[in-house]
Design a protein. Structure first.
Ligand SMILES: Nc1nc2c(ncn2[C@@H]2O[C@H](COP(=O)(O)OP(=O)(O)OP(=O)(O)O)[C@@H](O)[C@H]2O)c(=O)[nH]1
Ligand SMILES: [Mg+2]
Length: 328
């Protein structure tokens, strides 16, 4: 990256990374273009921005032409992470939302029951995780705001059913559809967005209605012939206790909880900082305040450290449930 990018440009770039809709992306790219110093060193970046802008403008025009409504839904993130449920009709997405969060939603034997996003909060130990249930998606049946919501998710659950329906056969179509929208689902690693490349989204496959799959035949078919190790796969039934699934969801979200304490005081065990796996003392401090991270000298850690209250450097990698005492 060219070294002389201005703070204004970098702020615009941050805006672009966070943009969810095509309109937001276009607005941010225009700002990036305006603030980008134009010289030899930024040739490649200039070309990339121009190419991306023209691609997005075309995409927007096509959507308008096709008459698909741009009016839609947006789900504000709340809690420690946002998990989005998606899949073909009637696979048990809404049942899963209800069971994980207690949210009362329409559930029915017939397909296309859910029409708008439904949101619930799943309690997990001392935090809450947001679960978003979407209307069913297939290759030929989706709306743009669904894609925008998927693009913003922290973790995707693809929900298929182990009954005698055809949902398991629609899995690869779903991947293709998302790929055509520049969203690539990945089974491992963390979600991320290369500046001009596709969005990479961490996803797992949930196979519901296990109780209807005698001898596990459909599950084995799904595992061996369709998923083939590309994604983590979990079989569940709505009649079961789902606490193991909740734990898995927390793990796959890739987050850790960090509690803070002041010297000589007890730690505050409510409202932990939510960080990503691999984050350091510096990241934790930056979450509290930018200047705070810059002035930090060292910290003491209880939990993952060799002994309680061990003094550590600011690049020390934190673990879930660590307690940190910052020293400036
Ligand atoms: N036997 C069994 N039935 C289930 C299970 N989970 C859901 N169902 C049933 O499957 C049907 C569809 O459930 P929904 O939760 O409405 O499915 P959905 O995926 O939200 O459906 P759409 O909103 O239409 O896409 C309902 O009759 C549920 O009672 C399960 O684990 N086992
Ligand atoms: Mg539903």
């Amino acid at each position: 990256m060219p070294a002389n990018l201005t703070p204004q440009y970098l702020a615009a770039e941050e805006e672009y990374r966070k943009a969810r809709t095509i309109e937001e992306k276009i607005a941010a790219l225009k700002k990036m273009w305006a603030y980008l110093p134009k010289h030899k060193g930024t040739d490649k970046l200039q070309a990339d921005i121009k190419a991306k802008l023209s691609r997005l403008k075309k995409e927007l025009e096509e959507e308008k032409k096709s008459g698909k409504s741009r009016r839609g839904f947006y789900v504000k993130k709340e809690g420690a992470g946002q998990i989005v449920l998606l899949g073909p009709p009637n696979t048990g997405k809404s049942s899963l939302l209800k069971s994980l969060t207690g949210k009362e939603v329409a559930i029915a034997e017939y397909p296309f029951t859910t029409q708008v996003p439904e949101v619930g909060m799943m309690p997990y130990e001392d935090i809450k995780i947001q679960i978003v249930d979407l209307p069913p998606i297939t290759k030929d049946h989706f709306v743009y705001w669904q894609i925008d919501i998927i693009r913003g998710a922290d973790l995707i659950l693809i929900v298929l059913a182990l009954d005698n329906g055809d949902s398991v056969f629609l899995f690869d179509d779903l991947l293709e559809l998302l790929k055509s929208k520049n969203i690539i689902l990945i089974g491992e690693g963390l979600s991320g967005d290369e500046l001009f490349g596709p969005v990479k989204k961490r996803a797992i496959v949930i196979a519901t209605k296990k109780d209807l799959d005698e001898n596990g035949e459909v599950f084995n078919f799904l595992k061996e012939e369709i998923i083939k190790g590309r994604f983590p796969l979990l079989g569940i039934s709505i009649m079961e206790n789902l606490s193991a699934l909740k734990k898995k969801l927390f793990e796959y979200l890739g987050i850790i909880r960090v509690y803070t304490k002041e010297p000589g005081k007890k730690p505050s065990m409510e409202d932990p900082l939510i960080l990503k796996k691999g984050d350091t003392i510096r990241d934790a401090a930056a979450r509290i305040h930018k200047d705070f991270a810059e002035n930090l000298k060292f910290a003491r850690v209880w939990g993952s450290s060799k002994f309680p209250g061990q003094r550590v450097e600011i690049n020390y990698v934190l673990k879930d449930r660590d307690i940190v005492e910052f020293h400036i």
